[in-house]
Write a protein that binds this ligand. Structure first.
Ligand SMILES: *Cc1c(COP(=O)(O)O)cnc(C)c1O
Length: 402
């Protein structure tokens, strides 16, 4: 190891349950299972739900859990305490943040985003703008053209910090500052940066941010999303999804909505407690991770992976930025038969994924990957490519989830 770290990565690697012989390069899509999670979920089911029943909303702290988890995520994304709450799915949180952001600029009608954004974010924006009526526009430009397109008619700049296909990283500080200078509200999607990169929301004065916890955060399938609202805005924003748990006094059962205090107003309905228990267990591991160490280690492993793959697999073309400072924590290679090649690689127990049209995507996650894994993965990929294993018919059949 070339650098010294405060974080004990070797110890953390032992805290995950991965199948013997498998190298998991898909933690950017669904993080693996931490060993402690099963027990934590089991005790939530058997003790809290089973024994406490409805009393657990108070006795086990269930009602406070969404915002307590938000406070645990805060350090990882450079947010202040009391500015993040969790629940729902990321698509819902995108809608909620965008609706609130648009209301802060009633004189403007343009949402600016880029073609590298994840489609669900764009779809949610399209749906919302349609509901708002005529005159609204979703302006989608190439990622490199965002700064130029950020003009003073933009109400909300809505970007995903890291491109899910290429791993390209936007400059949050610079774009947020430029947005402020033209009076646009910022909405950052951290799906591929929370738990992957030292995000600095407060420092960048981002207005809104959203993210999910089943990718790098290892909260498990269906884990809750999170939403951040800058402290100065919290008491101004009107939650478009005005559910009872975002109400000032949910148990007063008033007939009219009054927004709750601070970030609590961004809650909607009953939180998914079992999923939150799983995320809580994963956060015990994240508490032991220094985010700057994580970034350094991610770069080290990513650079090694690129070097190894380029040497061993000349048919693959790097589809991520070559400079590490322009990348998140994933590496992509383009290959015409990428889907089949990925299937062949998965058959060799190296799990990555495929994104149309031709991207083989590999998540580089320092919590449970080390140099030996990276080199072994590249060796198995070399066999897949060298032996042209991707030509086999069984690897050509597309599954529903790629
Ligand atoms: C993964 C991802 C989503 C998925 O949204 P869900 O509602 O959790 O299914 C949305 N946006 C981005 C940018 C993503 O990377």
């Amino acid at each position: 190891m070339s650098a010294t770290y405060k974080t004990d990565f070797a110890f953390l690697k032992q805290q995950f349950d991965l199948p013997e012989g498998m190298i998991y390069l898909d933690g950017n899509s669904l993080g693996p299972l931490p060993k402690a999670t099963s027990q934590r979920v089991k005790s939530c089911v058997e003790q809290e739900w089973g024994q406490e029943l409805i009393r657990a909303w108070n006795t086990a702290g269930w009602m406070a859990m969404p915002t307590r988890l938000g406070d645990r995520i805060a350090r990882m994304v450079g947010a202040e305490q009391g500015c993040i709450t969790t629940g729902d799915t990321l698509s819902i949180k995108v809608y909620q943040a965008l609706a609130s952001g648009l209301e802060l600029r009633p004189d403007r009608r343009v949402v600016l985003s880029d073609s590298g954004n994840f489609p669900s974010d764009l779809y949610m924006a399209q749906g919302l703008l349609r509901s708002l009526g005529p005159g609204y526009e979703l302006r989608v430009v190439e990622p490199e053209a965002v700064a130029e397109a950020l003009t003073d008619d933009v109400a909300v700049l809505m970007l995903t910090q890291v491109d899910y296909r290429s791993g390209r990283l936007h400059d949050m500080a610079a774009l947020s500052e430029q947005a402020r200078s033209v009076g646009a509200v910022t909405l950052w999607d951290l799906a591929h940066t929370a738990g992957a990169y030292p995000v600095r929301l407060a420092e960048c004065q981002a207005d809104f941010a959203v993210g999910c916890s089943y990718k790098f955060l290892n909260g498990g399938p269906g884990a809750p999303a999170f939403i951040y609202v800058r402290p100065g805005l919290q008491d101004q924003v009107r939650p478009a999804l005005s559910g009872w748990l975002g109400h000032e006094a949910p148990f007063a059962f008033d007939l009219d909505y009054r927004a709750g205090q601070g970030i609590e107003r961004m809650r909607v309905g009953t939180p998914p407690i079992l999923q939150m228990a799983a995320l809580d267990a994963s956060m015990d591991l994240w508490d032991q991770v220094d985010m700057d160490d994580l970034r350094q280690r991610s770069i080290e492993l990513s650079e090694l992976f690129i070097t190894e793959v380029e040497q061993r697999c000349p048919a693959l073309t790097l589809a991520s930025p070559r400079a590490p400072e322009d990348r998140g924590s994933q590496v992509s290679f383009a290959f015409k038969d990428g889907y089949a090649a990925m299937q062949a690689l998965i058959a060799r127990q190296v799990i990555g994924d495929f994104r149309a049209p031709d991207i083989m995507r590999f998540g580089i996650t320092p919590l449970y990957l080390d140099e030996a894994d990276i080199i072994e993965a590249a060796k198995r990929l070399e066999i897949v490519m060298g032996e042209k294993e991707w030509q086999r018919p069984e690897f050509q059949v597309r599954a529903a989830v790629t």
